[in-house]
Write a protein that binds this ligand. Structure first.
Ligand code: GAL
Length: 633
């Protein structure tokens, strides 16, 4: 397994006489990859059709001469101001119908064909110039699709493209009316051109309409990326990469990744804890300077699934960020811990964002490996330490994990469209399951709902999958491993209507969800023997063996052979109990870890990471705060 460090660099932000010295310092710090160019359109093409590659040629030369391998970004996340003059209707529109204007980034709508083609043309120009340049070792296409809520756009371009998409999908307007149930409230259409986007309706739009729009928006993102891939592929043999952002679910990353070679994601652990995780105040305080102990690992495992195990961290938080509600500094050692955790999960490259903190514009308060005055920031020494350790450490072998957890973007769109309770969130449900596994020391493979083969897994978890595809259904039937399905699994049709006969409708498992309830915060329905159901409860009927009951004797979990259906959202105690029961059946070893300690098993080593702010001791090993340990297995 190859492993290396990288850094994100913006030569256009610094005087040219700094470039060579920067490059030498990067190499001295043990960095081998450098990503450049992804926001530089206004410098690459200052006027329409007038290109300036001189500075980029010189920057590439300076970096490569120092021995660095370059990732070149395509600059489509930052169309220059003149592009807007050329395509005044290229902007995305928010749900109130207002254009989202120029002055930051990602100001474009994926459905605007003119800008999409201009971005692909830019790829061709870059590809012709640098595609066979041996100093360019990889490409990054665009930057963080979906960041700043940029997948869903209510522009005229989106509306027109949506109508075409609907005509393709349904072929006839009658088929669409039937599929959506438009007879309800006289919403029937006479032609595709009558259909608007599902915003600005008096009350909620038809869920089938919303889901279709979300599928369309995902497809538009995939198609947008594919246009750049088509432009670049013939011009380069270097791998094509995109950098995804944590907990962005509005497009199907698995589908988009199918056009690329390597997946990568941007890991900002402390920003995520503050900005995009449900957790109580104690948890947020306990992990204030470390980040949530499972959030990074979840994304590592998710992105490992996208491109046959080839994945990177393209941006790694190196110090305080600027964009979360609160931005504390990492505990000493955390930059090293995050880096090692990524490698333990199989990353090929961990690349820090960014080399030097910029003293201007939006991210002037965002740390880099260097301070704005060019002195080393705290993260630099930790990066150097990781580089030294990487050089000294023997190869780590990847291995299939014992547990598979299914993750499906479309289920998030389904449940966002039809939440039925303010606290029902698909990511949160899957992440709760993931956390429960990790608290018990288990390594996990995250797999898409389209998976066809579960061979080798000892345990399979399928929480909240809106519709179970046939392939997964037969893979579960073929597997001997216990499969935990539910809650809220296979209860709706492909058009987001209630399935009749009632779900989960799995062969061999006679149980039906005959009623669902959502529960407000603070309500916990106790389960006999310990733990409780929170957020979501289902009433189950059928002849399957009841394995868990509520305090009132009603079924909470049932089974038939190796298939288990869970009719509620477990709290942490109930998750623990369920995993203990299933692991006995699965022959899976669970351990009890001290708070903050997490493990990751590879084919050759066990790694341990201490996310706690205090030292922990486990099985005779003591890890300091932010400590990392590994040993051969
Ligand atoms: C990422 C983005 C970078 C930078 C960074 C700051 O979302 O890709 O360009 O903005 O966040 O944390």
């Amino acid at each position: 397994m190859k492993r290396a460090l990288g850094v994100c660099y913006y030569p256009e932000h610094w005087p040219e006489d700094m470039w060579a010295r920067d490059a030498t310092r990067m190499v001295k710090a043990g960095i081998t990859w450098v990503r450049i160019g992804e926001f530089a359109w206004s410098r690459l093409e200052p006027q329409p059709g007038q290109f300036d590659f001189g500075w980029l040629d010189r920057a590439i030369a300076a970096l490569a001469e120092a021995g660095l391998k370059i990732v070149l970004g395509t600059p489509s996340a930052t169309p220059p101001r003149w592009m807007l003059a050329r395509f005044p209707d290229m902007l995305a529109h928010d749900a109130t119908g207002r254009a989202r204007g120029f002055g930051s980034r990602r100001h474009y709508c994926h459905s605007h064909a003119g800008y999409r083609d201009a971005a692909a043309d830019m790829c061709r120009v870059l590809g012709r110039r640098y595609g066979r340049d041996p100093r360019i070792h990889a490409w990054q296409i665009d930057n963080e699709y979906g960041c700043h809520d940029t997948v869903i756009s209510y522009s005229d371009a989106a509306r027109d493209a949506f109508r075409d998409w609907l005509a393709q999908r349904y072929q006839s307007i009658d088929a669409l009316n039937t599929a959506w149930g438009n007879v309800f409230w006289s919403m029937e259409y006479a032609q595709f051109d009558d259909i608007d986007l599902p915003n600005l309706t008096v009350t909620e739009p038809n869920p089938a309409h919303v889901l279709a729009f979300r599928r369309f928006a995902s497809d538009q993102t995939v198609a947008w990326n594919a246009a750049q891939v088509r432009a670049l592929r013939p011009l380069t043999d270097a791998p094509l990469i995109h950098n995804y952002m944590g907990r962005v679910l509005e497009f199907d990353h698995f589908k988009l990744a199918a056009d690329l070679d390597i997946a990568s994601w941007d890991s900002y652990p402390i920003g995520f804890l503050s900005d995009r995780l449900e957790a109580d105040g104690d948890h947020k305080k306990r992990y204030l300077q470390q980040g949530d102990p499972d959030m990074q690992a979840f994304h590592h495992d998710l992105y490992r699934a996208m491109n046959n195990g080839r994945w990177w961290v393209m941006e790694q938080q190196p110090g305080p960020v600027n964009w979360a509600p609160y931005n504390p500094a990492p505990l000493p050692g955390m930059v090293r811990l995050w880096s090692w955790e990524a490698f333990a999960h199989g990353a090929e490259v961990v690349s820090y964002f960014r080399w030097r903190q910029a003293p201007f514009a939006q991210e002037q308060m965002h740390a880099g490996l260097l301070r704005p005055d060019d002195a080393a920031a705290e993260g630099l020494a930790e990066a150097r330490q990781v580089a030294e350790e990487l050089a000294a450490m023997p190869t780590v072998e990847n291995a299939q994990a014992p547990v598979a957890l299914i993750f499906d973007y479309a289920s998030d769109w389904a449940w966002k469209t039809l939440p039925q309770g303010a606290d029902f969130d698909y990511f949160r449900l899957v992440f709760d399951a993931y956390r429960a596994l990790r608290r018990k020391g288990v390594s996990v493979d995250i797999l898409p709902g389209t998976v066809q083969d579960l061979a080798g897994y000892k345990l399979v978890l399928v929480p909240g999958l809106a519709t179970v595809p046939d392939g997964l259904r037969s893979a579960m039937a073929d597997s001997r491993a216990p499969c935990l399905i539910g809650p809220r699994c296979n209860l709706v049709t492909d058009e987001l209507g209630v399935s009749v006969p009632l779900g989960p409708n799995l062969p061999g498992l006679d149980t039906r969800v005959v009623r669902v309830e959502s529960l407000p915060p603070g309500v916990a329905r106790p389960v006999a023997g310990g733990g409780a159901v929170v957020h979501w409860a289902e009433t189950l009927q059928g002849t399957a063996e009841v394995t868990l009951t509520g305090a009132d004797g009603t079924a909470v979990m049932v089974r038939a052979d190796h298939l288990h259906y869970l009719g509620g959202w477990p709290d942490a105690d109930l998750w623990d109990r369920i995993l203990v029961t299933l692991s006995t059946q699965a022959g899976l070893d669970l351990v009890t870890l001290p708070e903050g300690l997490r493990l990751r098993d590879t084919g050759s080593h066990r790694f341990a990471f201490n996310y706690a702010a205090t030292a922990v001791t486990w099985e005779g090993r003591t890890l300091e705060p932010a400590g990392v340990a590994w040993w051969p297995t």
